[in-house]
Design a protein around this ligand. Structure first.
Ligand SMILES: [Ca+2]
Ligand SMILES: [Ca+2]
Ligand SMILES: [Cu+2]
Length: 331
């Protein structure tokens, strides 16, 4: 059990990076036949231009949310909600897919959520001590071996790596959204807004998303009703019909992550259907992949990455109790 966890981003509640000891022997694309194209549960996002990035100066410079730049996207389809435990269970049953967390036998669980024998709590993550490496934590046991998904069928699946998400997409006849597609869809047609519903975090004293309230990381007042995941369709959808783009769980995107990505796009013209170039010479398991949207752990005092422009990343083999995904498709 040599998995080591470390902070993925400085000053981050986001999610720890796993350094997995298990060899990356798996090639999902080689094993899984591609499923017939499916658009079930997807909404169409119209072609158009949008301003991508942080127009408010709220972000961390190191994340590369700026410069704001004009992006032109073709029409595409995207899931209205994150992939749920019920959906992932159907995939696992049909394919026998074993996730990175299951193979390694360890994944990261938020300390207040752990349901495991003390002997199964292996270590605290370096720099982010609220993340615990828990033996037996995986998508079927999101809080550890003493937990289950029996009552979480409509919650987003978690403890899935980018590689697991790719395998699911292959089977489902879908694909991951590009980072630009994710942000455009999450904006729901609003121009340069901070959140999918506008610029103000709350409206009428009500929470619009599942993040952290209280004293991070020790005391959560549960003002929004959820310590960890909420059902994938909790909270009102945005203008395109997408639920929980910000908050709830981080969502994997297709792109490799580079903080300089936007700076390199800067220019006079709109950037058309951008996707980051694939790095060369890096073990595929170690390639940093974009995650968007923030999770139930994000909090204004510590990590405000629940904004629609916020960017984060983790390596393709990493998993934790607050990372999931939704799928997209060409129109
Ligand atoms: Ca919450
Ligand atoms: Ca989300
Ligand atoms: Cu965060």
């Amino acid at each position: 059990m040599a998995t080591h966890l470390a902070a993925s981003h400085v000053g981050s509640c986001c999610a720890p990076t796993a350094d997995r000891s298990a060899p990356a022997e798996r090639s999902p694309e080689a094993v899984l036949p591609r499923g017939a194209r499916s658009t079930r549960g997807q909404v169409r996002v119209p072609a158009g231009d949008f301003w991508m990035g942080d127009s408010h100066g709220d972000g961390y410079a190191a994340d590369g949310e700026r410069p704001v730049h004009l992006v032109r996207l073709s029409s595409y389809l995207i899931d209205s909600r994150a992939v749920t435990n019920a959906q992932f269970a159907a995939f696992a049953k049909a394919t026998g897919h074993v996730t990175d967390a299951e193979r390694d036998g360890v994944s990261a669980v938020f300390h207040l959520a752990v349901q495991a024998a003390p002997a199964d709590v292996l270590q605290r993550a370096a720099g982010v001590p609220w993340w615990l490496a828990v033996r037996g934590a995986d998508w079927r046991h999101p809080a550890g071996p003493r937990s289950s998904i029996a009552d979480l069928q409509n919650h987003p699946v978690v403890h899935v790596s980018w590689r697991d998400a790719q395998a699911y997409c292959t089977w489902a006849g879908k694909r991951l959204p590009t980072e630009a597609e994710w942000e455009h869809a999450a904006r729901g047609g609003l121009d340069r807004a901070r959140y999918p519903w506008g610029d103000d975090l709350m409206s009428g004293g009500r929470w619009r998303c599942n993040i952290w309230q209280g004293d991070f990381p020790r005391r959560n007042t549960l003002d929004d009703g959820h310590l960890t995941t909420a059902p994938a369709t909790a909270f009102q959808p945005n203008g395109y019909g997408l639920h929980n783009t910000v908050g709830n769980v981080w969502e994997w995107c297709q792109d490799a992550f580079r903080p300089t990505e936007y700076a390199e796009r800067a220019g006079e013209e709109a950037v058309v259907d951008p996707v980051a170039s694939e790095p060369t010479g890096t073990d595929e398991a170690q390639v940093p992949r974009v995650m968007r949207g923030g999770s139930y752990l994000c909090h204004d005092s510590y990590c405000n990455r629940y904004r629609v422009a916020a960017r984060s990343s983790n390596t393709a083999e990493s998993s934790s109790g607050n990372i999931g995904f939704r799928c997209a498709n060409d129109a």
